[in-house]
Write a protein that binds this ligand. Structure first.
Ligand code: F0G
Length: 349
């Protein structure tokens, strides 16, 4: 049977209403890439990257969006709306287009990476910038969906979480069990909530073990580490530039119940982790490198013993989502005449 997406693959394990009408772009089934050099460098037994950038719109959001849009279509919804730091916007726009729905996305002014904005526009969404943060945009879409027939497709929508549980199922199916540790970035806290729910569900029905969860926020946007909302979140990892995570309580529960923790990584640590991943062939957007940034900092600080551990790090979005991060610091490629001699001279061969 050809692969048909996560509702076909795991629909029987997802709590979706009977009226759900599958809308798929063959999301999920993303690679779990072994990283032997990284594992050696950090002193772990095995490290795998769950490379979510290979979803149809370039981020993990497609797992939850197929479920949320499928449910919305089945209920007769005509317009969906979300607040977004970019990836949710692109994903909502794509699945709405696929389903023939109108999509409206609210984004924080000037803080959305080019690849995400371009995607949302390409898929035909109505993109609206607001003079405020993601958190302000989220409050607005929550309010408007209470008053109007517009359907909310942020991860407050429970079907988003149902779809995103599939990431945990795939990891267990490939490894034959859950890993010792599961590291991932935390923004609005939907994904950590979904992974923990997925691992728990598999433990119950398949007898797999439970991983410890390391959630990583960006230091300038770390409400769950600080223990209070952050009014003006800042970070180069714009995807997780969030000061009031909608599922913050559940994220803290996931960390505690799994005997894990939520920590913060600095922008410099995040960018260094992005470079480290790329040096082994995996290019991700900055927020996606936060899981590794946090893990590496914990190991270097002696707070995490990697010895003998099998670790999965979720890289949530593709590097091409945020080309500006690289382009802005990139040296202009050397210009030479179109002559072999010039090339040989430059290469020293
Ligand atoms: N990584 C990336 C690349 C993201 O886009 C996001 C969230 C996260 C991690 C954090 O996931 O919110 O479930 O904790 N992006 C949202 C958006 C907020 O609008 O695209 P989370």
């Amino acid at each position: 049977m050809p692969y048909e997406g996560i509702l076909k693959e795991y629909g029987h394990l997802l709590d979706l209403p009977a009226h759900t009408l599958p809308v798929a772009l063959l999301e999920g089934n993303t690679p779990l890439i072994p990283m032997p050099r990284l594992a050696r460098e950090l002193g772990a037994a095995e490290i795998f990257i769950k490379y979510e950038g290979l979803n149809p719109t370039g981020s993990f959001k497609d797992r939850g969006m197929t479920a949320a849009i499928s449910e919305a279509v089945g209920r007769g919804v005509k317009t969906v709306i979300c607040a977004s730091t970019g990836n949710t916007a692109a994903s909502a726009a794509a699945y709405a287009a696929r389903a023939g729905l109108r999509a409206v996305v609210l984004i924080p002014e000037g803080k959305v990476a080019a690849g995400k904005l371009a995607g949302a526009i390409a898929y035909g969404a109505q993109v609206i910038q607001i003079e405020g943060s993601f958190d302000d945009a989220l409050s607005m879409v929550v309010e408007i969906t209470k008053r109007t027939p517009l359907a909310l497709v942020n991860s407050i929508n429970p079907y988003r979480i149902e779809g995103q549980k599939s990431g945990a199922f795939e990891i267990c199916d490939v490894l034959g069990d859950a890993p010792d540790w599961h590291c991932l970035p935390v923004g609005n806290a939907g994904n950590i909530t979904a992974y923990w729910a997925g691992y728990q569900q598999y433990a119950k029905i398949k007898g797999t073990r439970l991983p410890q969860i390391l959630g990583v926020q960006a230091a300038g946007s770390a409400p769950l580490v600080l223990g209070h909302p952050v009014e003006q979140p800042e970070t180069i990892a714009t995807a997780i530039r969030i000061g009031k995570p909608a599922r913050g309580e559940q994220a803290l529960e996931a960390a505690e119940e799994s005997r894990g923790r939520i920590i913060a990584a600095s922008d410099d640590e995040i960018l260094a982790a992005q470079r480290l991943l790329a040096s082994e062939g995996v290019w991700v957007e900055p927020a996606s490198a936060a899981g590794l940034a946090g893990l590496k900092a914990e190991i270097e600080a002696g707070k995490f013993d990697p010895n003998g551990k099998q670790i999965v790090i979720v890289c949530t979005g593709h590097g091409m989502k945020d080309p500006g991060i690289i382009a802005d610091s990139m040296p202009t490629p050397k210009l030479i005449p179109a002559e072999l001699g010039a090339l040989e001279k430059l290469l020293g061969v």
